[in-house]
Design a protein around this ligand. Structure first.
Ligand code: FAD
Ligand code: NAG
Ligand code: NAG
Ligand code: NAG
Length: 634
């Protein structure tokens, strides 16, 4: 008798940031998911609260930024640094700096502070729109990749936490977003490696305070003769205080050391002298012991995956936990989509661990450095001031260096994935000489920089990098330069895309005849969207005259590179200048579904540009494409 268990594309355990973001992406893209959480209700208070600049950029790309902003979060633009006054006279401000300094080209150069529960609710509401929900309070009791069903190889058993009601289902993928304590990770025998032997116990307190401390509405790091505090402003007049209660560098360190709310408040009062502080209300208080750890594997069989806190834990001070969780989920989501959508080979799933584990390693290294910087050593006022200056001002001081490189990383814009089948390098199997044209300023594996352009159809000034929503498609940016000089190359590009064997035609939508006239992003293929940007004023651009039909079909994605950019004040075509692409030549930039640059190719007359794209995609798509397919037909 064949088994007739309910089947899913993905079963996701845990509805924290990592589980929810994965669930939202897959539900939006039409996959059948089951997301369970063992808590009866979503997070009400406390826990993580910092959305970093790149994460907000991502939420904007998902169309969720508005819902986040509707909660009127605090926005942190600056960090203030306070140190002891000599002679035990209390504390004074020794410097302040931008929390996202100018050398980072960020759309939103601030940290958004909002408690985790409100952020989770935004995702949960989005799940509802797509007919999904979180099943509570349910937990996992077992799983087995037994392969009994080749399409749904993993069996999962679940249990209602209170009634013990049980359910057995089959799934293509099982994901653990269970947080630091994970049943799935333990069952798999995946070990956590502890990196920095230093551990800390922190007290964290959210509340509404009265104080004459002047920087209570900005982020502060305060060192005093009585201990250290971090202050983080929040939504609804709330303030979060982190207070270090114990550190393994203390002589009498006890990792179980606890402190009562009153003790922590008393020590906050001491640290903030000569200023006073009192609490109207305390919303949340927790003692939070932190050890650094990283999971040795993120998957064993590429069916059962781990992500978020389940894979990496570290101190909360730089507000990275939730953000790293978002990017873990995003990275896995589009890769699952490419495989299950029939686009890419299953082997691409290996890149989830290689890409995300290396970021977690970077994070833990940074975290250890950050702890050393802020907990063990007290920087002098001069050093703090220097961190404020621009990049060109001469880089000598290690403190400043660490601050700068960390600021880029913590903002999320420093995330750089290494070379692999997605991120072109000279070692990639695609070897056309057209890759990585001389002068281009893009770095594969990094986020595509932001650029303002004018949309031709409606003359709106738009953010080019945000124009394609996060829906699992590759983004092909054709920088078409000056129309009169590139006309031929653009025509050849279009003609070669149309060839039956091209990467593009090979993944034409099956339902192409039924595609809506109004489909703006994916009229031809679910896996590609093409944007064309000309280096010309909008008034000179006539889409139907300039573009062959295959490109003109994306008429909502045709832009004029005619918006002034403060970073390139002399450039006539700032977006081209920013990408380092010559306006006489143009170029093609392929961006992964998550916004990271995949490869850059010269735009040339003839078939070379599309041949290079065929080679690039040929490295990982599930079909034979390009020349080899043509030969097979002969
Ligand atoms: C008590 C606490 C305090 C924290 N404080 C801070 C802070 O002050 N600052 C900061 O930056 N970060 C803090 N964090 C970390 C931050 O919340 C995480 O980095 C972030 O939420 C990571 O998201 P995640 O989805 O991986 O895990 P989590 O947010 O931990 O989500 C895991 C979810 O899975 C559920 N779950 C776990 N096991 C099972 C199971 N077997 N079956 C079903 N469901 C399960 C949990 O109930 C939870 O909802 C805190 C975490 C905790 C637990
Ligand atoms: C940091 O820069 C801001 C703005 O440029 C300036 O007002 C402030 O005084 C600087 N702080 C220090 C410590 O140099
Ligand atoms: C891509 O995303 C947009 C917006 O979320 C949606 O309208 C469109 O249908 C998506 N396309 C596909 C093929 O999923
Ligand atoms: C884009 O335009 C906005 C609004 O005018 C401006 O604040 C921003 O600096 C511009 N960004 C870029 C990358 O040019």
């Amino acid at each position: 008798m064949p088994e007739s268990k309910e089947t899913y594309d993905a079963v996701i355990i845990g509805a924290g940031p990592v589980g929810l973001l994965l669930a939202v992406c897959l539900a939006r893209w039409g996959y059948k998911i089951k997301n369970v959480d063992n808590r009866e209700i979503p997070t009400l208070t406390g826990r993580a609260d910092g959305i970093q600049p790149r994460s907000l950029h991502l939420l904007r790309n998902m169309g969720l930024k508005r819902q986040i902003m509707a909660h009127e979060p605090a926005k942190v633009y600056e960090v203030a640094f306070w140190d002891p006054l000599p002679g035990g006279k209390g504390i004074h401000r020794t410097g302040n700096w931008a929390s996202c300094p100018k050398f980072i080209d960020a759309r939103y150069p601030f940290t958004t502070l909002l408690h985790q529960g409100l952020i989770e609710r935004v995702f949960i509401n989005d799940l509802h729109k797509n007919g999904a929900d979180v099943q509570r309070p349910w937990t996992i009791t077992g799983f087995n990749n037994d392969g009994h069903d080749e399409h749904y190889p993993v069996e999962v058993t679940l249990k209602h936490v209170q009634t013990n009601e049980r359910e057995t289902v089959r799934t293509k993928y099982l994901f653990s977003g269970e947080g630091a304590r994970s049943f799935i990770r333990d069952q798999l025998g995946v070990k956590i490696r502890h990196k920095d032997p230093i551990s800390h116990v922190w007290g964290v307190m959210d509340g509404i305070v009265r104080t004459d401390f002047p920087d209570v509405k900005t982020k502060c790091t305060i060192h005093s003769d009585h201990g250290s505090i971090m202050i983080i402003p929040r939504e609804n007049d709330m303030v979060r205080l982190y207070i270090q209660i114990a550190s393994s560098t203390d002589k009498d360190f006890n990792p179980r050391k606890r402190a009562t709310l009153e003790e922590v408040q008393a020590s906050a009062k001491m640290i903030l002298q000569p200023y006073y502080i009192d609490w109207d209300r305390v919303e949340w208080y927790s003692v939070y012991p932190i050890g650094q750890g990283i999971a040795e594997k993120y998957t064993i069989d590429h069916r059962v995956f781990l992500g978020g806190d389940c894979c990496h834990t570290h101190s909360p001070k730089a507000g990275q936990g939730m953000n790293t969780a978002f990017h873990d989920a995003l990275n896995l989501a589009w890769k699952i989509h490419l495989v299950e959508g029939g686009f890419a080979k299953r082997s691409i799933l290996h890149t989830y661990e290689t890409e995300r584990k290396s970021i977690a390693e970077d994070l833990l290294n940074f975290d250890a450095k950050y702890a050393a910087l802020f907990s063990r050593r007290k920087p002098s006022a001069g050093e703090v001031g220097a961190a404020n200056e621009s990049k060109e001002a001469g880089e000598v001081n290690e403190f400043v260096e660490v601050f700068k490189s960390s600021a880029e990383f913590t903002s999320g814009y420093g995330i750089a994935y290494g070379p692999n089948q997605f991120n072109w390098s000279p070692d990639h199997s695609a070897q056309s000489h057209l890759f990585n044209p001389k002068g281009n300023a893009l770095r594969t594996g990094r986020i595509m920089p932001p650029a303002n352009v004018t949309r031709v159809v409606d003359a709106n000034k738009v953010q080019l990098e945000q124009e394609i929503p996060l829906n699992g498609s590759f983004r092909i940016f054709l920088f078409a330069g000056v129309p009169s000089t590139t006309q031929r190359a653009v025509a050849d590009f279009a003609a070669n895309l149309e060839k039956q064997s091209s990467f593009y035609s090979s993944f034409q939508r099956k339902d192409i005849a039924a595609v809506s006239y109004h489909e703006r992003h994916n009229p031809h293929s679910r896996f590609f969207t093409i944007c064309t940007t000309f280096a010309a004023p909008r008034a000179q651009l006539e889409i139907a005259k300039l573009l062959p039909p295959i490109l003109a079909r994306y008429s909502d994605h045709v832009y004029a590179d005619d918006v002034w950019d403060p970073r390139f004040p002399d450039a006539k075509a700032a977006a081209h200048a920013k990408m380092g692409l010559d306006v006489g030549m143009g170029g093609v930039v392929v961006v992964r579904p998550d916004g990271h640059v995949a490869c850059v190719i010269s735009l040339v007359e003839g078939g070379g540009t599309v041949d290079a794209l065929n080679e690039y995609f040929g490295a990982f798509v599930a079909k034979k494409i390009g020349k080899s397919k043509m030969q097979a037909h002969l």
